[in-house]
Design a protein around this ligand. Structure first.
Ligand SMILES: Cc1ncc(COP(=O)(O)OP(=O)(O)O)c(N)n1
Ligand SMILES: Cc1nc(C(=O)O)sc1CCOP(=O)(O)O
Ligand SMILES: [Mg+2]
Length: 207
């Protein structure tokens, strides 16, 4: 995959959206120019069963309209059933080798919290890595301790050709410091889901 595809990585589930329709938020983000989307319906208040799959299909259809890759978080079987563009897995999810067997040439994203985990992700054929949390986050109950921007600099220095995105607590204000490390892009939930001006927020996250 190309580094530019990770410029603004939007992650969302209905549990992240208050007082609005989640699909409306996604469409506004797509119009504003997010470059990749991850379906992450997870945690308190998340949809289950047929509603879960239906919502995934609706998100996928919107992404298709805007020609933005549709990535599924954790649920490899759903990704295969929907022929999603890819899957994102973490260190505690299904093993990368098995996931690769199931998704073939699809995009495989792997979370990493250290240089060692990045190295392992590369060994397992990751198309990109998600590095974080860079800052404290309220959007993931079991997030690890913040790694800071130093790890981003180390990833860029040691793996210059690897597409990599920073995640965790990234706001409009913090985006430029994150991007100054040379990392490929920023992945966000709350910065977009809670923004009253999604267009302006996405513009700011791209700087
Ligand atoms: C782009 C990106 N990076 C990291 C993560 C976190 O994945 P994981 O550690 O598996 O945690 P959950 O998101 O599954 O709770 C991500 N989802 N996306
Ligand atoms: C889904 C996720 N993964 C993380 C990691 O560190 O791996 S942090 C995180 C939540 C990101 O949400 P927000 O932009 O609202 O902080
Ligand atoms: Mg996961």
């Amino acid at each position: 995959m190309k580094h530019e595809q990770l410029a603004v990585y939007f992650i969302m589930g209905t549990q992240n959206v208050k007082n609005r329709q989640a699909l409306e938020v996604l469409e506004e983000a797509l119009q504003a120019g997010v470059t990749i989307f991850q379906f992450r319906e997870k945690g308190d208040g998340a949809l289950k069963g047929p509603d879960y799959e239906q919502f995934a299909r609706e998100c996928q259809a919107l992404c298709k309209t805007y020609q933005v890759p549709f990535i599924v978080n954790d649920d490899v079987d759903l990704a295969v059933a929907l022929q999603a563009d890819g899957v994102h897995i973490g260190q505690d999810d299904e093993k990368a080798r098995k996931v690769r067997e199931k998704i073939g040439k699809g995009i495989l994203g792997i979370s990493a919290h250290s240089l060692e985990e990045v190295k392992e992700a590369v060994r397992h054929g990751a198309d990109y890595v998600g590095i974080g949390p860079v800052f404290p986050t309220k959007s993931k109950a079991d997030a690890k301790s913040p790694v800071g921007t130093e790890l981003l600099e180390q990833v860029v220095a040691n793996f210059p050709d690897l597409p990599a995105v920073a995640i965790g607590g990234i706001t409009e204000e913090r985006a430029s410091a994150v991007l100054q490390t040379g990392i490929g892009g920023v992945a966000v939930i709350s910065a977009i889901c809670e923004s009253p001006y999604i267009q302006a927020t996405v513009k700011q996250l791209k700087r």
